[in-house]
Design a protein around this ligand. Structure first.
Ligand code: ZN
Length: 250
């Protein structure tokens, strides 16, 4: 069992011309890879993150995806992932972990491009032909690849959940898209490293709001999802880059 590593695959917001959508891949240390969100141009994104980090993201090992919400900069790569796993790699369906209100509407998004008959059956396809939907209950944690995953709903413009992923050596927190909410920060605060979104637009968290937090907490926070060209002051909260690897224990 190696260390749990969080490989940052995308740091952009919805309008970025420079970066992939905010996302990551967790290397569980036991061979399992767990994606956090899956934005568009996923294959190029995973290839570039592999090259930058030296951590190979083998799509056939990407058996679990934690999906925060359905905005395109977080979910537009699912079509590619579903097709590649099914038709290129002949691999098992990835498990798709999300709160029920995200899973319930995902097929509305994917069906226009994926609902052609699948190979083995007549008629229209279903979400279940490409993914194994795994509804998340914020009241319960689940086990994936030796890690314990819990979730909490955020305050965003569409149903969204953030995650905590706990391994033997510590816990990663992933805010997901959210307006600033003290209760969400409090929920994340016992993590050893927290990846928090930061933006300027409606239903996102502004840097100034996070900067009000205690220094001890800010020193655990890494920032993601900043708009292109939006620099924030130097401080304890460092801005992540694509290809960065966060490792536990810190
Ligand atoms: Zn969003």
């Amino acid at each position: 069992m190696g260390p749990v590593r969080l490989l940052i695959t995308g740091i952009g917001d919805a309008f970025s011309a420079a970066s992939f959508g905010s996302s990551a891949v967790l290397d569980s240390g036991s061979g399992a890879l767990i994606g956090i969100d899956c934005p568009g141009a996923a294959m190029k994104m995973y290839a570039e993150a592999t090259e930058k980090s030296g951590i190979p993201i083998a799509i056939e090992r990407l058996d679990d995806i934690l999906l925060t919400h359905l905005h395109g900069d977080h979910s537009d790569g699912l079509e590619t992932l579903g097709f590649v796993r099914r038709y290129v790699l002949n691999a098992d369906r990835p498990r798709l972990h999300a709160i029920p209100e995200v899973l319930d509407r995902l097929w509305e998004k994917l069906a226009p491009s994926m609902d052609g008959a699948t190979r083995e059956q007549e008629g229209m396809s279903r979400l279940e032909d490409y993914f194994e939907p795994c509804p998340l209950d914020p009241a319960e944690s689940i086990r994936i690849g030796g890690l314990t995953v819990s979730c909490r709903r955020t305050r965003h413009s569409v149903p969204t959940a953030g995650f905590k992923i706990q391994g033997e050596d510590g816990t990663f927190g992933w805010s997901a898209d959210t307006e600033f909410e003290q209760a969400h920060v409090d929920w994340l605060a016992d993590a050893d490293l927290i990846v928090h979104e930061c933006g300027l637009h409606f239903k996102h968290t502004r840097w100034e709001e996070l900067d009000e937090l205690p220094d001890a907490l800010k020193s655990k926070i890494c920032l993601i999802h900043l708009p292109d060209g939006h620099d924030v002051p130097e401080g304890p909260m460092r801005v992540l880059r694509e290809g960065d690897v966060l490792t536990l224990p810190v």
